[in-house]
Design a protein around this ligand. Structure first.
Ligand SMILES: Nc1ccn([C@@H]2O[C@H](COP(=O)(O)OP(=O)(O)OP(=O)(O)O)[C@@H](O)[C@H]2O)c(=O)n1
Ligand SMILES: C[C@](O)(CO)[C@H](O)COP(=O)(O)O
Length: 235
């Protein structure tokens, strides 16, 4: 039997750095909320996957009309992103070798081609895979006073993006272990790395922006508009 594909979308954040009147996933981007864009992108790549959407229990903004998947469920988010993802894994009836792709709701500009590339890499690499981007700028080591102490070699530095994909059992064990240690992790790959594994870095597009600060909203709108003009067929 083929392994199932699960999409876990952590969407239980409060968007504190955005400082808006609602969690950032419900801010309007062009014609609809960020959450609707992100789910539409995932659906265009994986229409038959099962979606697991992590939402805050007190969320009063969510509407199911923004979910294009027929096969989906809502789970309760945690206090931190990694807890939201762990809750999702605990709530599903997945096989050990089923693939799980975790994608931030706050990354609405991910393209179909990048999603498919990450999915393929996850199938091919036993330690899992993540979309990532090589660091492009000269990197400085700062002092506590905010002065530049020296220049760091950047050749081996990458920005971690999402999705990040793993086999279900491996990811569950990795996050469970991190919780037991009391380590706070900002992505799934960190948990798997802590088990001694080395997930594959899959070069992703530079415009897979995580909407984080207020000025990211205009940037995301410009990216989506440019993608509509240049990538129409592969979105
Ligand atoms: N307890 C949490 C915290 C974050 N997230 C999700 O994890 C992703 C990445 O987090 P981040 O960009 O930090 O979002 P927020 O936590 O909402 O933002 P902030 O840190 O500024 O409050 C987002 O899709 C967010 O909704 C989540 O599901 N549960
Ligand atoms: C997984 C992630 O997208 C990596 O960039 C993540 O959401 C990071 O969040 P943070 O803003 O760096 O805490």
């Amino acid at each position: 039997m083929n392994n199932r594909l699960w999409l876990v979308v952590p969407a239980a954040g409060q968007g504190r750095r955005m400082a808006a009147d609602r969690p950032k996933q419900y801010l309007s981007l062009l014609d609809r909320p960020i959450l609707a864009h992100t789910l539409a992108r995932l659906h265009s790549a994986f229409p038959d996957a099962r979606l697991v959407l992590c939402l805050d229990d007190d969320d009063r903004w969510f509407s199911p009309e923004w979910v294009p998947f027929t096969d989906w469920q809502r789970v309760t988010g945690g206090a931190e992103r990694m807890e939201s993802v762990f809750n999702a894994l605990g709530a599903i009836d997945a096989g050990d070798d089923d693939l799980v792709l975790v994608h931030d709701v706050a990354r609405p500009c991910v393209t179909c081609d990048d999603l498919l590339a990450l999915h393929q890499a996850t199938q091919q690499h036993a330690s899992g895979a993540l979309l990532a981007m090589p660091v492009a700028d000269t990197m400085k080591r700062a002092s506590a006073a905010g002065t530049s102490l020296h220049t760091e070699p950047r050749e081996a530095l990458w920005h971690a993006l999402t999705p990040q994909g793993f086999r279900y059992r491996q990811l569950y064990q990795a996050l469970d272990e991190a919780r037991r240690r009391g380590t706070l992790l900002t992505d799934e790959a960190s948990a798997v790395e802590a088990l001694g594994e080395a997930p594959k870095l899959v070069p992703g597009r530079r415009d897979n922006l995580k909407v984080t600060h207020p000025d990211d909203l205009a940037l995301a709108a410009a990216i989506l508009t440019a993608q509509r003009d240049t990538l129409e067929r592969s979105l």
